[in-house]
Design a protein around this ligand. Structure first.
Ligand code: BDP
Length: 608
């Protein structure tokens, strides 16, 4: 089984063919497809673009809200020259579950909707002939997989999703599908860690392959000139006068990994590589040993009609907006994003806090959008009978996220959960298991964090002890003490911050969320909540608080752009806390942010 999560590349030894385009699609509410032979052909299919979420493409509510099994199918040809090599279909993501059938034979299954997986079809494909690919997907939510939620049944028998989280449960084949031809002996993975010695740098690498062939590794500079080389599955590349990767000043080397058999190259893989170090030292964040203050947003993969489907135009526009507003960082709330996002961050010099899909690990009033979940009384999310199952899945997600993303210069920290219920005893075992695992998986030992919910306070949070960076999601002046109450909100906020100072044990605090819903259509003097004026005032109050505490080392506003959520009385066709509209146009607050962030030195609050 080829489990390589390397980004697909065409090289002298590898071929990649895109399978994206118009596929066929059909809902399967009665789960009859497998028994009825739909793997050979869908009886009543419509066209559906891949990649995309299917939801917002439809004009009827039943289709948009469809919850249950659904099918995709397409045909493709495998060139005869590929015989004797490894043939793999690589899915960027299928949300949330998938079973893959080739020419009627089940090849593999996968759980988790935001990371890639491979279907190895070497023995199932017909060469120089048309092959039939069918994917049976499912978008139901549960408490044993991530993100957490429920699947409910309406009185008319239709299933609906009840997410424990605040974003629309978009589903489908949301990222590219690629057909790969690989050598039988191939590079499966590589990892790097860096040490800076004066002007030079050492790159320690480890390469994993499927065989015993000799491994050679070369490092080329941006002009393609060889600057270091080494051989063996582990080794060191010594780079003289290394050009370091930096915020808004990226420098990317190219690492080329080859497997040799005598003079023949058996496999070749390459990747871009930024040399940098990142660490938490005392309450400071150090990039290449120099202090950096984070500014930016929590984001979503979310855009009109496409839903969460990868849209490169949106990806590019987002980076243009991020640069314009003076941001240097974002969190991939609340799931690992498409790889193209990370490669652009490497290129543009942005810092990423990479988050797993662990959102909704709580039953409380915060789950206001999930019908029947707003009791506010339940506790002990990590003490259920089903917790071991959830933990096993969470470990898989963490494993695959770190495996996929560890070599990106842009990725500076792992966010292991967002707003979990973390005040009961069971939290500790659950957290320890995952925080330890993250360190085990990451050779760079990047800092680990999780976003701490409002109700989890310095004296009640049992999870914060495991974090290398304390990340707070706080809404003083919005969910608590909004409007004229903002004066009290500021006082309460400061009181809580004094509390964190008592328990932080020298660690830095960053804000992974703060924000106020704002309709881009609303202006009001004096301000009222939901008006653009109020969002500005809310922000100014928050900024005052951030500026008064030196241990606050970053501010990531919620959210970069307005985004779609489940409908409900708390949301006006989605969450409107964006600095930009869903169409990526600035609200007034974007200018307030720009004005602040462009003036804040990179090393704001660093040692003088
Ligand atoms: C936090 C969540 C985030 C929500 C946000 C909000 O982490 O997903 O969208 O609050 O309410 O609870 O806007």
């Amino acid at each position: 089984m080829n489990t390589s999560l390397l980004y697909p590349r065409v090289t002298a030894t590898r071929r990649v063919v895109s399978l994206d385009g118009m596929w066929k699609f059909q809902f399967d509410p009665k789960q009859e497809g497998v028994a009825a032979g739909w793997t050979a052909g869908l009886p009543d299919a419509c066209s559906m673009p891949v990649p995309s979420s299917f939801c917002d493409i439809f004009t009827d509510k039943d289709s948009r809200e469809y919850t249950g099994d659904f099918w995709y199918e397409t045909d493709f040809l495998v060139p005869g020259e590929w015989k004797g090599r490894e043939v793999v279909i690589r899915f960027g993501s299928v949300t949330h579950k998938a079973r893959v059938f080739l020419n009627g034979v089940e090849i593999c299954s996968h759980v988790g909707g935001f990371l890639p997986f491979n279907a190895v079809v070497t023995d199932a494909v017909k060469y120089n002939e048309v092959n039939h690919l069918a994917v049976l997907a499912n978008n139901e939510l549960s408490e044993t997989m991530l993100p957490c939620g429920l699947t409910q049944t309406l009185s008319n028998g239709k299933k609906v999703s009840a997410p424990y989280f605040d974003f629309y449960n978009y589903a489908g084949i949301q990222r590219p599908v690629k057909l790969l031809c690989l050598p039988k002996e191939s590079v499966v993975d590589y990892e790097v860690k860096f040490a800076l010695n004066g002007a030079d740098a050492d790159v320690d690498y480890t390469v994993k392959t499927t065989g015993d062939g000799c491994v050679g590794v070369e490092l080329l500079d941006a002009e393609g000139k060889l600057v270091a080389e080494s051989c063996g599955k582990t080794g060191k590349l010594h780079v003289k006068d290394a050009k370091l990767w930096n915020v808004h000043a990226s420098y990317l080397y190219k690492i080329v990994i080859k497997i040799w058999n005598g003079d023949d190259v058996v496999d070749e893989y390459y990747d871009t590589l930024g040399i940098r170090t990142f660490e938490v030292k005392g309450d400071k964040l150090l990039l290449n040993g120099k202090h950096v203050y984070l500014r930016g947003f929590g984001k979503h993969e979310d855009s009109d009609i496409r839903g969460r489907g990868l849209d490169l135009v949106t990806v590019k526009r987002d980076y243009e907006c991020l640069k314009w507003v003076g941001a240097n960082c974002f969190r991939t709330s609340h799931y690992p994003y498409a790889e193209e996002m990370y490669y652009m961050a490497d290129e543009e010099g942005f810092l990423i806090i990479d988050e797993t899909t662990a959102v909704g690990c709580m039953e409380s009033t915060m789950n206001f959008l999930a019908a029947n979940q707003g009791t506010g009384k339940k506790a002990g999310f990590f003490e259920k009978e089903t917790t071991p199952q959830l933990l096993a899945h969470h470990r898989e997600v963490l494993h695959d996220m770190i495996t996929r993303d560890k070599n990106h210069a842009s990725v500076i920290a792992w966010s292991i959960l967002n707003e979990p219920q973390c005040t009961s005893v069971g939290t500790e075992d659950y957290f320890k298991n995952l925080f330890d695992y993250a360190h085990e998986l990451d050779v760079q030992k990047r800092p680990r964090t999780y976003a701490i919910v409002m109700m989890s306070l310095p004296n009640t949070s049992r999870g914060q002890q495991f974090a290398d960076i304390i990340s707070l999601n706080r809404y003083y002046g919005w969910y608590a003490m909004g409007g004229t109450g903002i004066v009290d909100a500021e006082a309460a906020f400061r009181k809580e911050m004094d509390g964190w100072n008592q328990v932080r044990n020298g660690r830095p605090v960053i804000f992974t969320e703060y924000g106020a819903d704002t309709l881009s259509s609303e202006h009001k003097l004096p301000s009222v909540m939901w008006s653009q004026e109020y969002q500005n005032e809310y922000l100014e109050m928050n900024n005052r608080v951030f500026d008064s505490y030196d241990f606050v080392q970053g501010e990531l506003m919620w959210n970069f752009a307005d985004f779609q959520t489940t409908e409900g009385i708390m949301r006006v066709n989605g969450n409107k806390k964006g600095a930009f509209t869903r169409q990526r146009q600035p609200k007034d607050v974007a200018y307030v942010l720009k004005n602040r962030w462009e003036k804040l030195p990179v090393d704001y609050k660093g040692d003088k």
